[in-house]
Write a protein that binds this ligand. Structure first.
Ligand code: ADP
Ligand code: MP5
Length: 275
């Protein structure tokens, strides 16, 4: 018998191709040393080429999964990904409030709006629920540049505009904002800018890899940060763990299918921690 690891909960959609969504979340949780629990919010019909269809889970079933996990094993940190609709976001927030997500339990909100192929994973009218219900409860919000544009209307092109976007997200009530620079093509380095509520900034930089295989990258980053928080790390330390995880996961990404292959979790964070 081994010691029981901390528990991290992912509230998100499935990806039948195994690249993004809950499959990426649970792989990141495992690689980062926590037990992964899941509340399925939607089932997508998806492969490396795109999202062909999706089916939202009834909101009360999403909420029941959150309560079932929290009421039995407890949750040390949680993250959201694809939530599909206003009704599901409302149910997640209600159940989340009951079990302390964002108050007692660190809560990472990855405001997934579309897949990397450009297929919608969130109803456009649900953006308002992301702004007014989810983000104010978030310990950390982790948008990519498209999501930044949709949520706060800022076109990020450099550090100054990334800072402006982060501040707008803090104004919506987030505890901290990580503006991810993966989509800023043409830059030699990929910079993710973390801004805390007190205005403190941290830049997380890695060399930009020339690869099309970054499917599941955002999910993997948010989940590895969540794992760090579940392990009791401070936010900046957890984001550093997440950046280390995603940097290696992009390095080891592999082609799969005719489209975009997934970032890889087939390397060990434990080895990195020892090095
Ligand atoms: N080409 C790349 N090389 C190295 N890291 C990358 C690359 N593309 C994305 N990343 C990293 O992957 C994470 C996800 O970034 P991003 O692509 O911006 O978000 P999303 O996957 O949500 O669209 C970030 O930490 C980013 O720095
Ligand atoms: C179920 C689900 N959740 C999230 C994403 C976003 O990931 P990506 O931007 O890599 O397509 C996705 N494609 N599918």
């Amino acid at each position: 018998m081994s010691d029981t690891p901390p528990v991290a909960l992912a509230i998100a959609g499935t990806d039948s191709g195994g690249g993004a969504g809950l499959t990426a979340d649970v792989r990141a949780f495992t690689a980062c040393g926590v037990h992964g629990a899941v509340a399925v919010a939607a089932v997508t019909v998806q492969n490396s080429v795109g999202v062909q269809d999706f089916h939202p889970i009834p909101p009360e079933v999403v909420a029941a999964q959150i309560r079932a996990v929290a009421g039995d094993m407890g949750v040390d940190a949680a993250k959201t990904g694809m939530l599909a609709s206003t009704a599901i976001i409302t149910a997640v927030v209600e159940a989340g409030d009951q079990v302390g997500l964002g108050t007692r339990v660190p809560f990472v909100v990855d405001p997934v709006a579309a897949s990397m192929h450009g297929h919608a994973l969130l109803a456009p009218e649900a953006l308002e629920a992301v702004r007014t219900l989810l983000i104010p409860r978030a310990t950390l919000v982790t948008p990519n540049l498209d999501e930044v544009r949709l949520l706060v209307g800022v076109e990020v092109v450099d550090d100054d505009t990334a800072r402006e976007a982060a501040r707008a997200l803090l104004d919506l009530g987030a505890g901290a904002a990580l503006v991810k620079g993966g989509h800023l093509e043409g830059s030699a380095d990929v910079v993710d800018l973390l801004v805390l509520a007190d205005g403190t900034e941290h830049r997380f930089t890695s060399p930009r890899r020339s690869t099309e295989h970054t499917h599941g990258g955002g999910d993997s980053l948010a989940s590895s940060i969540t794992a760090g928080l579940a392990r009791g790390m401070a936010l900046v330390e957890a984001v550093a763990l997440g950046k280390a995880y995603i940097t290696r996961a992009v390095e080891h990404a592999y082609p799969l299918g005719a489209g975009h292959g997934p970032v890889s979790s087939v390397w060990s964070v434990a080895a990195w921690e020892r090095s």
